[in-house]
Design a binder for this molecule. Structure first.
Ligand code: CO
Length: 165
């Protein structure tokens, strides 16, 4: 089932999410729905708060042939950083440069309840960091430069206003 994606200004995007305690059929269904929703929107990632689910999980499909279903992730960030343009399904039409760790070591549980440890770089590293931020109510627009923030402020305000109407 394709779920409704929450848009900038909606409260669901700013909540602190809770650990997944048990991988039960309900969780599996939500993860499958999130994959369907991400694919329909042509996204590379989608986090649970983006569809109004208050849980620490996200899905990723960066086009490497693997659809990752990530539950309760932990991330270790490299000191070395890199700048790259980002967008977000919850912030349509806005693309800005964000500075992030170059590589990350991720530990998470997948939908089969297996512990996965990966060291990732490039697009996958960026996608993990972006989606993991969603789990703490952080959006990429919070992390852009002060100049970029000023440039997108009006667009974001308009987006949030539309949500409240
Ligand atoms: Co996003």
């Amino acid at each position: 089932m394709v779920l409704e994606i929450k848009i900038y200004g909606e409260e669901a995007l700013r909540v602190k999410t809770e650990e997944v305690k048990e991988i039960n059929p309900e969780i599996i269904t939500i993860l499958n729905d999130m994959v369907e929703t991400m694919q329909e929107a042509n996204g590379v990632g989608l986090a649970a708060p983006q569809v109004g689910i208050n849980k620490r999980m996200f899905v990723l499909d960066i086009g490497d042939g693997i659809i990752r279903k990530v539950i309760n992730p932990r991330i270790e960030y490299s000191e070395e950083t890199i700048e790259c343009e980002e967008g977000c399904l919850s912030i349509p039409g806005i693309y800005k440069t964000v500075k992030r760790a170059k590589t990350v070591k991720v530990e998470y549980t997948n939908e089969k309840n297996e512990k996965i440890v990966e060291e990732v770089s490039e697009l996958l590293s960026r996608a993990f960091q972006h989606e993991n931020d969603h789990l703490d109510g952080i959006l990429f627009t919070d992390k852009v430069s002060p100049v970029a923030k000023r440039l997108i402020r009006k667009k974001l305000q308009a987006m949030a206003k539309r949500i409240k109407e």
